[in-house]
Design a protein around this ligand. Structure first.
Ligand SMILES: [Zn+2]
Length: 252
């Protein structure tokens, strides 16, 4: 098994670990890029907790994202694209329905591993009436260190093609406005996407998102969260010692 695939298997099992509140049953999906145009993505019908090498399908990133540029394509075309973009000629497994999302994210060379799941406390926020305001705030320095100064927020839209197009649009907008790549995507009424250049960083983002979400839920009994100001956030995000901490945490 290649090193990347091994890391992907381990990351997937960690996200599906029954001791963690991230995914149950067939929930969640993961991927990793192995070269410019190849990604391994979780096969449909597999379970994160028990993932192994055979649970991943190699897919062409460019082929699977082509459909996003076709204005006439609809959900019925997605099936066809998922089938034709697999790289093994005799493939019998079907890549995850969220493959398009993984592929459009893995087009950014800075990302190598993608994790997606439905964490309980994070979804307590994302399925609430105040989802956007709460999910976009930052409450303490380590929150910023691990998850970045801001996340991408995706309002609820139809899953599948419409969602993939929305994610692409919001990613481009974020990069345009913020000048950096996001580390996490918060999806309203759905869940969390974490993107990084290592499997460990994806897991770190999940752990931090879930811890922060629990703290925020806890603040509900004391008047709600007190978010850091934009100025405080910027200060943490640009402090040299915090950059060092970001590097140190990544190595852990
Ligand atoms: Zn999902």
């Amino acid at each position: 098994m290649s090193e990347v695939l091994e890391q992907l298997v381990n990351m997937s099992r960690a996200l599906g670990d029954p001791a963690k509140p991230y995914a149950i049953l067939g929930e969640g999906n993961t991927s990793a890029r192995t070269d410019d145009d190849t990604m391994y993505v979780k096969a449909s019908g597999t379970t994160l907790a028990t993932m192994n090498e055979e649970g991943f399908v190699p897919v062409s990133i460019s082929k699977v994202t082509e459909i996003l540029d076709d204005p006439n394509a609809g959900d019925e075309d997605v099936d066809k694209v998922l089938k034709t973009s697999t790289l093994n000629p005799n493939e019998t497994r079907r890549p995850s329905v969220e493959t398009m999302l993984h592929a459009l994210l893995l087009k950014y060379p800075e990302y190598k591993f993608i994790g997606h799941a439905h964490p309980v406390s994070t979804n307590a926020i994302l399925c609430s009436k105040q989802a956007r305001d709460i999910a976009m705030g930052r409450i303490c320095p380590d929150h910023i260190v691990v998850m970045g100064h801001k996340s991408v927020y995706i309002p609820y839209v139809d899953p599948g093609l419409v969602l993939a197009r929305e994610v692409r649009t919001q990613m481009e907008k974020f990069i345009d406005e913020e000048g950096v790549l996001p580390k996490a995507i918060m999806m309203e009424n759905h869940g969390l996407f974490a993107m990084a250049d290592s499997a460990q960083k994806v897991l770190n983002i999940f752990e931090m998102a879930e811890k922060i979400s629990k703290i925020i839920v806890g603040t509900a009994g004391f008047g709600g969260p007190q978010f850091l100001s934009d100025e405080d956030i910027r200060r943490i995000d640009t402090r040299p010692d915090e950059h060092y901490r970001q590097k140190a945490i990544a190595k852990e």
